[in-house]
Write a protein that binds this ligand. Structure first.
Ligand SMILES: Nc1ncnc2c1ncn2[C@@H]1O[C@H](COP(=O)(O)OP(=O)(O)O)[C@@H](O)[C@H]1O
Ligand SMILES: [Mg+2]
Length: 259
């Protein structure tokens, strides 16, 4: 594992529609590390994912996002993607008129700035689709249009494998999936973990997907605060006892992180 710090989130607070959601978040992810972010519904997990990725609806009110040696706090989502950040959406959007295959090829072209050779691309796409047990005909279908929940999530993992980002943020890629689909998605994530220095921030409130993945750090987010950080074993503890012990404080907007 490399010692190089890839993502540094420093004292980050963020709002949605002027509503403060995230409070003083500190997070450091090194190349090659897998971090898990857990927390109850509405804790602000997706907000953190969107804020890191630069979604314009989410405003940073304090702090910094440093990524691979650059300060990206005020940069566009596009610039962050080019720098090697990737976010898989909790609810992937349907994009009529653009096939899955073309979408990924365009994204690769955007990312590298170089033309993507068709034959090589098709081979690589086919291999990744095989790994994710996706029928090759899906490459020609409009992105996510008429895809089942599981197929949409597989399409997100496919994009991750093809784009090979430096940091992949996966927002509840496991939610709503049947047991087989969770296993397949997990296999895709393991494949990404095998590649050089790829780092992961896996956002989840279930633990199923983590059973076959190596986890370096687990963070618990409650009411917009990271209230505790531990190693992979914290996942087990939460699996057994839930979040109850971390959710003690009521209406504590702006208070210091819960102990
Ligand atoms: N676009 C938005 N507009 C208004 N409120 C939002 C928006 N996005 C998130 N929120 C609010 O921010 C809080 C955290 O939401 P979210 O980040 O989706 O939580 P989680 O992903 O942990 O379930 C919730 O109270 C939610 O209603
Ligand atoms: Mg969410």
């Amino acid at each position: 594992m490399s010692e190089q710090s890839l993502l540094q989130v420093r004292d980050l607070s963020a709002s949605v529609e002027d509503l403060p959601i995230l409070h003083n978040i500190n997070l450091e992810i090194k190349a090659g590390e897998t971090h898990v972010l857990m927390g109850p519904n509405g804790a602000g997990k997706s907000t953190l994912g969107y804020t890191l990725m630069g979604n314009p609806h989410y405003n940073v009110t304090k702090g910094q996002i440093l990524f691979d040696g650059q300060d990206l706090t005020n940069e566009s989502a596009d610039k962050r993607a080019k720098a090697g950040m990737f976010l898989s959406f909790q609810n992937p959007l349907e994009v009529p008129g653009i096939s899955l295959g073309s979408f990924v090829r365009n994204a690769l072209h955007e990312q590298t700035g170089k033309p993507v050779k068709l034959l090589q691309y098709k081979k690589q796409l086919g291999e990744a689709m095989d790994l994710l047990t996706m029928d090759s005909e899906y490459a020609d279908r409009d992105l996510n249009v008429g895809f089942s929940g599981g197929e949409k999530k597989k399409a997100e993992i496919l994009q991750m494998l093809m784009l090979n980002p430096k940091l992949a943020i996966l927002d509840e890629t496991d939610s709503g999936l049947d047991v087989d689909a969770v296993r397949t998605v997990s296999k895709g994530i393991q494949e990404y973990q095998k590649k050089k220095d790829g780092a992961l921030l896996i956002i989840t409130h279930s633990t199923k997907i983590l059973e076959s993945l190596h986890v370096d750090y687990t963070h618990v987010l409650v009411k917009g605060h990271i209230v505790t950080t531990g190693d992979g074993s914290l996942v087990e503890e939460i699996n057994e006892h839930g979040f109850e012990k971390y959710v003690r404080c009521e209406g504590c907007d702006g208070c210091s992180p819960l102990k």
